[in-house]
Write a protein that binds this ligand. Structure first.
Ligand code: PLP
Length: 402
């Protein structure tokens, strides 16, 4: 008998399965609002102009080779990534309390942080994730041995944040729990706590000695402003927390396939930072030996050159503005159609996604009757809409909610 005869078949990944169905659909009106990748108004992938410039610099650099990168990545890259999220005047940076390691994009940053905590975090064996959250959080944290529980996040009635439910869950969790927090542009809901609410969250987390693990996949992409998207993380650092931040450059640099990410770690002292970093390096060595060079080199060039950095900010504005325009267009069209229900959450939510409130049946009808593809939870990627298809989409949505 095969050594693998008892291996059960795993379900297909929801998003990638959806994309395959979309690709197989021959209808010219088809719409893909499933996958969370930016598209231009012509619905094409977008190579940021600043990335093209960095590409040209790399191409012409005779000194570059294909040698191994340092285990934790190039320090110029990891330092710049940490500076980007913490802010250049961060007290943690000034006091040398920051370690950073290049990871396999945001997924790898979550994983490396998870694997480290599984080994060294002694206060709790439980990780709390928001309900709902990015589907991979549960996989990543349970695969390294944590018990994964959910805290309330989405209130379907208000189509906004269940703040009191969230606070109550934090109050009731045993001390020292690890809480995964979306730094900005919560996936899938597009709903973030307000600054006052973040203060309330910090209060209870401090009181309960909970550990904040921020996942930051959309810095600059959410509001178009790198600093305001980093506000929550910086606030927690100012409050004196030790924390992890998983950073992805997939969305904000359009480097999805290049897997450029970073795990930034803030501790209480330089001594702890050094020991933690030594263990992260050891872990990384066992898992991937050395991180990939190409995407990180692009990010390194842009973050460390004032002119290119300024240009990157413009590119970010273009992307976030296009998404905001699509929110307005969809909302406006639903109002014109007098679509039953309240739709202001479409313009209130931020980032790549909108949690429409459509149910599974409606999602199925949209797929079968209108060739519109979205996840069963009614989440739509705003970048899948364009000035050309937004009316069609709104009309279809109007039909299924009537
Ligand atoms: N975290 C969240 C919340 C995300 O939405 C994503 C991407 O969709 C990621 C992390 C990581 O993505 P990547 O591994 O492509 O950087």
């Amino acid at each position: 008998a095969s050594a693998f005869s008892s291996v059960p078949l795993a379900p297909p990944d929801i998003i990638f399965h959806l994309t395959a169905q979309y690709k197989a659909d021959k209808d010219p009106k088809k719409v893909n609002v499933g996958v969370g990748a930016f598209r231009t108004d012509k619905l094409q992938p977008y190579v940021l102009p600043v990335v093209k410039k960095a590409d040209a610099i790399l191409f012409n650099d005779e000194s570059l080779d294909h040698e191994y990168q340092p285990i934790a990545g190039q320090p110029s890259y990891t330092k710049a990534a940490a500076r980007l999220i913490l802010g250049k005047d961060s007290p943690a940076i000034k006091e040398n309390r920051v370690a950073a390691v290049q990871t396999i994009s945001g997924t790898g940053a979550n994983h490396t942080g998870a694997a480290f905590l599984a080994q060294f975090y002694k206060k709790s064996r439980t990780v709390y994730i928001s309900n709902p959250t990015w589907a991979n959080h549960r996989n990543i944290f349970s695969m390294v041995g944590f018990e994964v529980k959910e805290y309330p996040y989405w209130n379907p009635t208000t189509r906004g944040l269940d703040y009191s439910g969230l606070i109550k869950a934090m109050e009731q969790a045993p001390d020292g729990g690890i809480f995964i927090l979306h730094a900005c542009a919560h996936n899938p809901t597009g709903v973030d706590p307000t600054r006052d609410q973040w203060k309330g969250i910090a209060d209870v987390m401090q009181k309960k000695n909970h550990f904040p693990f921020f996942d930051c996949a959309y810095q600059g992409f959410a509001s178009g402003d790198l600093d305001s998207d980093a506000w929550a993380v910086r606030y927690f650092v100012d409050r004196g927390f030790e924390l992890f931040v998983a950073q992805s450059f997939a969305k904000n640099f359009g480097l999805y396939g290049e897997r450029a990410g970073n795990l930034t770690i803030v501790t209480k002292s330089t001594g702890e930072t050094n020991t933690v970093f030594s263990q992260i390096e050891k872990l990384q060595r066992a898992e991937i030996s050395n991180p990939p060079a190409y995407g990180a080199r692009i990010v390194d060039i842009v973050l460390n050159d004032p002119v290119l950095y300024a240009e990157w900010k413009e590119n970010l504005k273009y992307m976030s503005n296009r998404i905001i325009e699509m929110r307005k267009a969809l909302y406006g069209r639903l109002i014109e159609l007098k679509t039953p229900g309240k739709w202001n959450h479409i313009t209130d939510q931020i980032g790549m996604f909108s949690f429409t409130g459509l149910n599974k049946n409606q999602v199925t009808v949209l797929k079968q009757k209108y060739h519109i593809y979205m996840t069963d939870n009614g989440r739509i990627s705003m970048a899948g809409l364009s000035t050309t298809n937004v009316n069609y989409f709104a009309t279809a949505l109007d039909d299924v909610v009537r």
